[in-house]
Design a protein around this ligand. Sequence first.
Ligand SMILES: *Cc1c(COP(=O)(O)O)cnc(C)c1O
Length: 422
Amino acid sequence: MKIETKCIQSGYSPANGEPRVIPIVQSTTYKYDSTQTMGDLFDLKENGYFYTRLGNPTVGYVEEKIADLEGGVGAMLTSSGQAASLITILNLCHSGDSIISASTIYGGTFNLFGVTLKKLGIECIFVDAELPLEELQKFVKPNTKAVFGETLSNPSLDVLDIEKFAQLAHNNSIPLIIDNTFPTPFLCNPFEYGADIIIHSTSKYMDGHATSLGGVIVDSGKFDWTSGKFPEFTEPDDSYHGVIYTKNFGKAAFITKARVQMMRDLGSTPAPQNAFLLNLGLETLHLRMERHCQNAQKVAEFLENNPKIAWVNYPGLKSSKYHDLAAKYLPKGCSGVISFGVAGGKAAAVKFMDSLKLAAIVCHVADARTSVLHPASSTHRQLTDEQLVECGVSPDLIRMSVGIENVDDIIADITQALECVD
Ligand SMILES: *Cc1c(COP(=O)(O)O)cnc(C)c1O
């Protein structure tokens, strides 16, 4: 099936007489007739639901749909994108390990890696993703367990050379984790370029309507865990009666361990109701992404030709230094987020934002409604000026999430707001 069909059809196929639409199974528990069955479920000998922290039918249908959209062997929904990042790293690393991450990543992930993982004894080395492979290799140590980057970084909109990062990871027998939140599987499929694990904040385009926080982890099933670097995958797990993940679950070793160890212990489970809403979003993902891309491209071109705009950053513009990488990794479009500076710096930026009527100031991106945000005074305000630059965020940067309204109305709103700036 093509991706448009998968958006609608994958994950849930009702049998004769069953509900046409995914049912919301609002139950924490599941009833069984024998202690034997329950025991087998706990031992992972049988497939089935026993407690919603570890699995729920509504959540399960959506996990299958997203695994299919990305082309993975399995997926696990989490209560937020942050939880997806945390579980992914903790599934690979323990105290004393190290990871390498592109420095231009989402502010929340930057803090998670730089502050909270550090407290847990896991080091993150932030690197300039544009360095050549030989330079990046110098950051790899014997205890390095993963490489991380965002396909299209939030909010700096750098396009990652995924193949280069995959080479770095695989030359060292470690997996590449890609946060594919901004492109979604409709615009880019990182597994095709060598990524091993994909994560998303589903709170963004996948939900698409700003209703439900959520995250997802998708396992490509392709990474070889048996090099000796990942004994937790190849040696018995005493907390699961000696299960050996690579032996018992084969290609699904990573995602199974993420669920039965990490979700069991951390409990950042999504609500069935939120999974239902996420699925509604996914059913129109392909249509919405197409329109987000078209509108953003037009708005970016309009801004670039406006004398009151100091600079525009959108990988779909010919002037972007990421134009070539975007042509390779994002051939269908560069998603809906644009960043730019209004001539006159921070004061002009604030005046512009306060004058917008259609576009609202919200701490969110990637939903149907056009919105704006000033990261330096909101999402990234806890970072120092130096860290801001490292993250690719200048003090005058306005992030605009271009919605799926009629683009003429969006441009008219920008025009009238710019007229208010002197
Ligand atoms: C929003 C976001 C996250 C965090 O997701 P939440 O659902 O807000 O926890 C992670 N990565 C990227 C790229 C994001 O945009």
